[in-house]
Each structure stands twice: as structure tokens, then as C-alpha cells.
Design a protein around this ligand. Structure first.
Ligand code: HAM
Length: 412
């Protein structure tokens, strides 16, 4: 039997209603705040991600689905959305003023699958391009917070940090190298490599021994120059004004290299190891690095599978049921049923037509299971009289009427 690939899954049945609910809530809040949707290709040139996300990140080094096309071009299934949005921003010259963009779609990372971590997963993301105002940081973080709150999710923690500008970070990087070098032999093998290539990443290590060494590592906040520090304080004040509760986490470095100043994550205690439902921050250098004009930007992405796990554990969504379920038997009645179905559809009534041609009692059983308010029963005599038998399923009451009478009843 051919099955889904490891780390990918079908989304169907009752779960789909959680997805639709989530998408509906998000769309409404995004529209309200004047964010416009953008859909970029899933497949992009490998160079976009290598340059955009950073050559020394785990995503680019270990997790990308990269292959050569028949024309020998190296292409990659997008592991995240920001690089593609920035490419589109530059390609279509969406410059001038502020662009508020959002996207939703599948992303691919070749990771070890576990609960809340897949190889094909979905993100909802926003990117606000063209503003360096700390209010932009506050706006996008508050937006993420509101989406999660509106979904009714509980026990969320916003972790906030600043990774400064490139000068701050160069100094901090050196301080980390100085600190970790004497411990080199005690670090896990990945972190030993990171010490040479990208020492900030060591703070992200999951290895207990490395984590213990990280406890006393230098704190990024001590390496922020005055303007970066002031900016970070302003973001914090604005978040407080907006009622967003957060905690400072100087170890938060994120898994992508493009961040400057604000970095944040939203975690849920209910998710176990893969606790981050949302991650993002400011990336003031990325547009220029990918060949566009100097453009400050800030954004985030949420992992939808993780949100769905939380939604399913915290609330129940009942699948929508049809208003009417049409059962019919016999060639003439079946043709008539199709016309009744069309008339009800045109009147915007929710309706399901039984196509099995099975015995009436079997069809009526399915009508019950469908959750419909009433079954419309059509046999030869209904065809002759141009009427319907309407059986109200909750009460068992049955009555004869025309389609128009039924519509008057439902619409009144
Ligand atoms: P990220 O932290 O790599 O950031 O991913 C954002 C979110 O995607 C994570 O918090 C998590 O919920 C979800 N996620 C990541 N990997 C997986 C996976 N393998 N399985 C399930 N969910 C996953 C970014 O991708 C940035 N582009 C966010 C951003 C936008 N920064 C600025 N703008």
C-alpha cells in the first residue's frame, strides 16, 4: 500500500473543521488590520534560502529539501515564508510606504518527526516591510497575541529578546567565543562546530551539558549599544501599553540568521518539547542582502499543526450539519430529488442528497447520522403531486408540503 511520506500527513475528517475555524479567525483579524495576502511559490532557487536564512543555520545545513532540476538548476522546497516574501517584494518593487503582507501555506524541513514537528507543516505568517518604528514591532507581536487569544488558547507565554544590530552582535559573538572556547571539549559536537561558525547558535542547543555551560554565558543585553537598548525598552513599553504580557529571555536567539533587534517567540506549556507556536522578529538587513533597497522589516510565523493540537485539546468544534437530507427511491423520484436539491441550493439552504438508491430505512439512517434538521422523503406519489414528505428528525413528526412552503418555513 502506498502511504504518506514520514513527517507528512493527510488532514481530513473532524480535524479539517479546526483548520477552517483557525483560518477564518486569522483572515478576519488580518483583514481588519489591513494586511494583504500574498501567495508565493513553494519551489524557489536554493540560493534564496542559503543567502536569506544563513549558510550556517541548521535549516540551510541539514533540513532543506534541495534537488537539481532537469535543467541542472538547484531548487528548494521553501522551509519558511519570509525569504520568498522578501524576494517577491524586491522582484515586484512593492516599495514606498509600509507593506503589510500575510501568507499561509506548506513549508518543508527535513527534521526528525515527533509530536508537533513534521517535515511538511503549515505556517501562517505576516511581514510588515518599510518601517523601523518600534510601534511596528509592537503591532505585529500584538497581532499574533490577539489571534491566539481569539482562538481561545490558554497558558501562552511571549518570550522577548533583542539581538541588537550587527555591531552589537559582532561584539557579543566575540564575547561568546571567549567564553565558550575553554569549554570546547565539553560542548556537544554540533556546538563545537558552531563555536567556529555561528556561536550564537550554541545558546539554542538542547544538549543538557551544553545547556549547563550556557547558564553563565554572557548576556546579549549587556552588549547592546545605547540606541539598541533604548529601542528595545520602547518596544517593551509599547507592549505593556497594548496589554501584551511578555517575559524577557536573553537566551532567545531563534534558528534563522536574519534577525536584528527584536526577536520573540510565543510558547505554550501544553505542547511538550515543541512548545513554540509562533516565532519572529525584526530583520532590517534582509531586503538589502537579497538585492533590494535598505528596508527595515518585522514579522512572524505560526506553526499551524501546533495550533491545531492546542485547539483540539482545549475546545470542541462541532462539524456543520446540513439543514436537509434528501432521500429518494425509484427512477422518477431520484430525478425529482435532484431538482428539489437544486432548488434548495439556489435558496442558500444547506442540503445533502443521498445518492445510494438504497432502501428508504437505510437512507433515513444516514439522514439521522448527518445531523440534518429534517429528511425530505421523495417517492412516486411525491413526484405525481409535486410535493415533499418532510420528516423532522428531532421530533419524528412528518408532514407533506411543497418546496416553496418548506422554503417559507426555513426562511421565516
Ligand atoms: P520559525 O521559528 O523557524 O520562524 O518557524 C515559525 C513557527 O513554525 C515555529 O514557531 C513553529 O510553530 C513552526 N514550525 C517550525 N518548524 C516546524 C516543523 N518542523 N513542524 C511543525 N511546525 C514547525 C520562521 O519560519 C520565520 N520565517 C518567522 C518569521 C517571519 N520571522 C520574521 N518573519
Amino acid at each position: 500500500m502506498i502511504q504518506t511520506l514520514r513527517g507528512t500527513k493527510d488532514i481530513y475528517g473532524a480535524e479539517i473543521y479546526y483548520w477552517q475555524h483557525l483560518e477564518q479567525v486569522a483572515r478576519q483579524l488580518l483583514q481588519q488590520r489591513s494586511y494583504r495576502e500574498i501567495r508565493t511559490p513553494i519551489l524557489e532557487m536554493t540560493e534564496l534560502f542559503a543567502r536569506g536564512i544563513g549558510e550556517t543555520t541548521d535549516i540551510v545545513n541539514k533540513e532543506m529539501y534541495t534537488f537539481l532540476t532537469k535543467g541542472e538548476e538547484s531548487v528548494t522546497l521553501r522551509p519558511e515564508g519570509t525569504a520568498g516574501v522578501v524576494r517577491a517584494y524586491i522582484q515586484h518593487k512593492l516599495y514606498g510606504g509600509v507593506q503589510r503582507l500575510w501568507y499561509m501555506g506548506a513549508m518543508f524541513r527535513y527534521e526528525r518527526p515527533q509530536k508537533g514537528r513534521q517535515r511538511q507543516f503549515h505556517q501562517l505568517g505576516v511581514e510588515l516591510l518599510g518601517s523601523s518604528d518600534p510601534r511596528a514591532d509592537a503591532e505585529v507581536i500584538a497581532l499574533a497575541y490577539t489571534i491566539l487569544q481569539t482562538l481561545g488558547l490558554k497558558d501562552l507565554v511571549v518570550s522577548l529578546n533583542s539581538v541588537g544590530d550587527s555591531t552589537d552582535r559582532d561584539q557579543y559573538r566575540q564575547a561568546l567565543v571567549d567564553y565558550f572556547t575553554p569549554y570546547r571539549a565539553d560542548l556537544d559536537p554540533d556546538s563545537q562546530q558552531r563555536l567556529d561558525r555561528n556561536p550564537l547558535r550554541i545558546l539554542d542547543s538542547k544538549d543538557p551539558k551544553t545547556q549547563a555551560i550556557c547558564q553563565s554565558a554572557p548576556n546579549i543585553l549587556d552588549y547592546l549599544a545605547q540606541p539598541s537598548r533604548q529601542r528595545f525598552e520602547r518596544v517593551q513599553c509599547l507592549l505593556e501599553d497594548l496589554g501584551v504580557q511578555y517575559k524577557l529571555d536573553p537566551r532567545l536567539v531563534r534558528g534563522l540568521d536574519y534577525y536584528t533587534h527584536t526577536a520573540f517567540e510565543i510558547q505554550s506549556q501544553d505542547l511538550g518539547a515543541q512548545s513554540a507556536v509562533c516565532g519572529g522578529g525584526r530583520y532590517d538587513r534582509l531586503v538589502a542582502e537579497l538585492g533590494g533597497p535598505d528596508t527595515p522589516a518585522v514579522g512572524w510565523a505560526m506553526g499551524l499543526e501546533r495550533l491545531i493540537l492546542l485547539l483540539e485539546s482545549q475546545q470542541t468544534i462541532t462539524p456543520p450539519a446540513p439543514d436537509f437530507y434528501i432521500v429518494s427511491r425509484g427512477e422518477k423520484a431520484e430525478g425529482y430529488a435532484l431538482l428539489v436539491w437544486q432548488r434548495l441550493c439556489q435558496a442558500q439552504v444547506r442540503v445533502e442528497l443521498d445518492l445510494t438508491g438504497a432502501k428508504f430505512d437505510k437512507q433515513l439512517k444516514r439522514a439521522d447520522q448527518s445531523g440534518a434538521k429534517a429528511a425530505i422523503i421523495l417517492g412516486d406519489s411525491e413526484v405525481e403531486n409535486g410535493t415533499l414528505q418532510v420528516k423532522w428528525l428531532g421530533e419524528g413528526r412528518q408532514e407533506t408540503m411543497t418546496v416553496e412552503q418548506l422554503l417559507n418555513l426555513t426562511l421565516s
